[in-house]
Design a protein around this ligand. Structure first.
Ligand code: AP5
Ligand code: ZN
Length: 214
């Protein structure tokens, strides 16, 4: 299955991605995670991406597209993939279509997770992530059993540098301007499914599985 996950910052894309890739046994490709790993490792790409991410702006299309094109060539993508946080602009969507056409492939579904703007800020600001395994928590909506400690692996939890109110507000603005047009882009191609992301995490997942029809 070849899938993309669309939705504003804090909609629950990463949270749902974890369950989707397990169920359908496909790789999870999160451009945000790729950039954060590069920032942590201090690579040239990481330094460049950080300048944009810290301001809540998008990393330039050519940089992101090159990374995704390379990743899609890896062997594990032959069985499908879940792209999380890509594409984010019409240019990226067109580049993805072209890359897939070159592989004689196309997308099966674009999953659009919708959440109201005022809920997004609370979600992003309260988010905590495990340093060791990447699992996502929320101090109010999905707290770990022990404060600051991951339930899955015992790793310590941290807060993303771009999860402060000011940067989240900027990220939402950028989403509305640059990424929201993709909803029509995929609607016109008849592969858009829209999921109410304001329900419980497990209900959102149920709806996604039902929409994928498997
Ligand atoms: P990225 O890492 O992709 O961030 P994002 O799109 O802003 O999305 P988030 O990770 O913030 O949210 P999410 O939807 O995954 O929510 P989550 O599941 O964690 O991108 C970061 C930056 O990288 C960008 O700003 C840009 O600079 C750059 N970048 C990345 N890709 C790019 C691209 N293609 N082009 C250009 N630049 C790019 O959930 C949020 C919180 O809510 C969590 O705490 C969670 O526990 C909680 N939660 C989740 N679901 C529910 C629920 N149903 N009910 C209650 N709480 C919930
Ligand atoms: Zn963990």
């Amino acid at each position: 299955m070849r899938l993309i996950l669309l939705g504003p910052p804090g909609a629950g894309k990463g949270t749902q991605a974890a369950g989707i890739v397990e169920r359908y046994n496909i790789p999870h490709i999160s451009t945000g995670d790729i950039f954060r790993k590069n920032i942590q490792e201090g690579t040239t790409l990481g330094k460049k991406a950080k300048e944009y991410m810290d301001q809540g702006l998008l990393v330039p299309d050519d940089v992101v597209v090159a990374i995704v094109e390379e990743r899609l060539k890896e062997a594990d993508c032959a069985k499908g993939f879940l792209l999380d946080g890509f594409p984010r602009t019409v240019k990226q969507a067109e580049a993805l279509d072209e890359a897939l056409a070159g592989m004689n492939a196309s997308l099966d579904k674009a999953i659009n997770v919708t959440v109201d703007k005022n809920v997004l800020i609370e979600r992003a600001v309260g988010r905590r992530i495990c340093k060791a395994c990447g699992a996502t928590y929320h101090i109010k909506f999905h707290p770990p059993s022990k404060d600051g400690i991951c339930d899955k692996c015992g790793g310590s939890l941290y807060q993303r540098a771009d999860d402060n109110e000011e940067t989240v507000t900027k990220r939402i603005e950028v989403y509305l301007k640059e990424t929201q047009p993709l909803i029509d882009y995929y609607k016109q191609r008849n592969i858009l499914v829209t999921i109410d992301g304001e329900q419980d995490i497990s209900k959102v997942f149920e709806d996604i599985v039902a929409a994928l029809g498997a």
